[in-house]
Design a protein around this ligand. Structure first.
Ligand SMILES: [Fe+2]
Length: 172
């Protein structure tokens, strides 16, 4: 079973960028709940994506895009909410823990994942655990689900940083 301390350790550097410590704690709790619901024994076995082979670990992708988003935040003068941005990007793909399933040692899209893609399941989970709607919006809108909504500035950053990482990794 994945423990909160394991999650804190994986994202130790990035969680420190969230000023509101209660919010940083909530981020860990959402990962923990998703891990428990998905019955994951370790986060290390969860791939970034099933859309191409050898995509690496989801946690590594999450860390890379969080660093990208922080770099964008540091270069912008607009009023961007750093706590929402960092919490949102740390959680944007947490729904993959519910979307994926294991069949005969292989990770595939599960029955729940076929009904609710990870932006939807991640957003629902975060909402259920009491995270602010600004963060629920970032999770929901980070992929194509958000194309019909007006993304907040934080959601725009998460959307683009995510696709930068996706397309570069896919092209390797
Ligand atoms: Fe992502």
């Amino acid at each position: 079973m994945v423990e909160e301390k394991d999650i804190q350790s994986i994202f130790s550097e990035e969680l420190k960028w969230i000023d509101d410590k209660k919010l940083a704690d909530q981020v860990v709790k959402v990962w923990k709940k998703a891990s428990d619901m998905g019955k994951w024994k370790t986060l290390d076995k969860i791939p970034f994506t099933l859309l191409f082979e050898n995509s690496g670990k989801l946690t590594d992708h999450t860390k890379r895009v969080t660093h990208l988003a922080k770099a964008v935040y540091d270069k912008r003068d607009e009023k961007i909410n750093k706590d929402y941005l960092i919490a949102g990007i740390l959680l944007h793909d947490v729904g993959k823990l519910l979307e994926y399933d294991r069949v005969a040692g292989k990770i595939v899209k599960g029955e729940y994942g076929k009904k609710f893609r990870h932006p939807v399941s991640g957003a629902m989970l975060a909402k259920n655990l009491g995270l602010p709607d600004e963060i629920v919006h970032i999770i929901f809108a980070h992929s194509h689900e958000g194309d019909k909504t007006e993304r907040s500035p934080e959601a725009v950053i998460v959307h683009h940083c995510d696709f930068i990482d996706f397309h570069i990794k896919k092209g390797l």
